[in-house]
Design a binder for this molecule. Structure first.
Ligand SMILES: Cc1ncc(C[n+]2csc(CCOP(=O)(O)OP(=O)(O)O)c2C)c(N)n1
Ligand SMILES: [Mg+2]
Length: 322
């Protein structure tokens, strides 16, 4: 296990707290009608996004999917503008036109969440080709779920990326479901990282994707490989979403025992306990972080509440490149 500095631990913890608190708040705000449109929560999967993002700079590019709050927050999206976007306000990161599945921040290398399952792979592969062509030295990470890897776009993109040795990581968060579809009914391979072999690239696996340090450690190796110019890699991390697939899903297809067993493997609580035992951080210091995050979310809510709706003309902005 990597031994990190106090600041590094704090950074990981802060981001996991942000993801957790943001989505717990959004869950309430959806019910109140403040946040509209389909929303998918990252609660339970915080460690995967945070452990992965710790190795990327703002020049490195990510593409995310429909469940992209965690990755957006891990890549430092402004919480005020993120909350405003979910509420459809003009101050949102996409001027209130996109909502949860169209969050982007190009300046920080976040090329967007995406409502089309498997829709990010080819875009990410194109972005990786740009990095290689322009010799930027930057890498691209395409985040997706397990279900998306059965889309043709996954196979086409990995194949091309492998053939051209593009600097891209296909990062799969395997939460065992694609909406209500159990993974064992959707594919005959128990693990998704083994697919890498078919394309002649390395596949990496994190069995406990709720352990942020385990993800951090494995991602260090993956990033080293891809940055060295050796070509792409696949990484699969096992995790679990605590809530239903989206706000429209009561989650009847999963047993209470199964959900509870994963809640016991709470990535945030486990990391808190780990830090209390293995770092200089005290539980009091971690409580301060928690309180700070709650204040950030309060402020984001206030910002979104006080922001205006977009004018109709905003719908026609940014359609063409200047
Ligand atoms: C092309 C396409 N097909 C189907 C859907 C409907 N849909 C939305 S999310 C989802 C399941 C995705 O599962 P997975 O990739 O495992 O991600 P998870 O939701 O588990 O994080 C489906 C089928 C869609 N949005 N786009
Ligand atoms: Mg899934």
């Amino acid at each position: 296990m990597a031994q990190l500095s106090k600041d590094q631990y704090l950074e990981l913890y802060l981001k996991m707290e942000r993801i957790r608190e943001f989505d717990m708040r959004i869950n309430k705000l959806v019910r109140r009608g403040f946040v509209q449109g389909m929303t998918h929560f990252s609660v339970g999967e915080e460690a995967a996004s945070v452990g992965a993002m710790a190795h990327l700079t703002y020049d490195d590019i990510i593409f995310s999917n429909h469940r992209g709050h965690g990755q957006s927050i891990a890549k430092d999206m402004d919480l005020n503008r993120m909350m405003a976007e979910l509420a459809g306000k003009v101050t949102g990161v996409s001027k209130g036109r996109g909502g949860s599945m169209h969050l982007a921040d190009f300046e920080k290398g976040n090329y967007g969440t995406n409502g089309i399952v498997g829709g990010g792979y080819a875009l990410a592969t194109g972005a990786a080709l740009t990095q290689q062509y322009n010799e930027t030295g930057n890498i691209v990470v395409a985040f997706s779920g397990d279900g998306a890897t059965n889309e043709g776009s996954f196979h086409e993109s990995v194949n091309l990326a492998a053939t051209w040795k593009l600097p891209i990581i296909f990062f799969i968060i395997n939460n065992r479901y694609g909406i209500s579809m159990d993974i064992t009914k959707a594919t005959n391979t128990p693990h998704l990282y083994t697919r890498a072999e078919a394309y002649g690239i390395p596949g990496y696996y994190v069995e406990d994707g709720n352990d942020v340090i385990a993800v951090y450690d494995k991602m260090a190796k993956v990033v080293e490989h891809v940055r060295s110019g050796e070509g792409p890699a696949i990484i699969e991390v096992e995790s679990y979403r605590w809530f239903g697939h989206s706000t429209a899903d009561a989650g009847k297809y999963r047993s209470k025992e199964e959900v509870d067993s994963w809640k016991k493997k709470d990535p945030l609580l486990n990391f808190r306990n780990y830090l209390a035992e293995n770092s200089d951080l005290t539980t009091e210091e971690l409580d301060v972080i928690h309180d700070q995050v709650v204040q950030e979310i309060d402020a984001a809510y206030e910002f979104a509440q006080n922001s205006p709706d977009p004018e109709l003309s905003v719908a026609f902005e940014d359609v063409w490149a200047d």
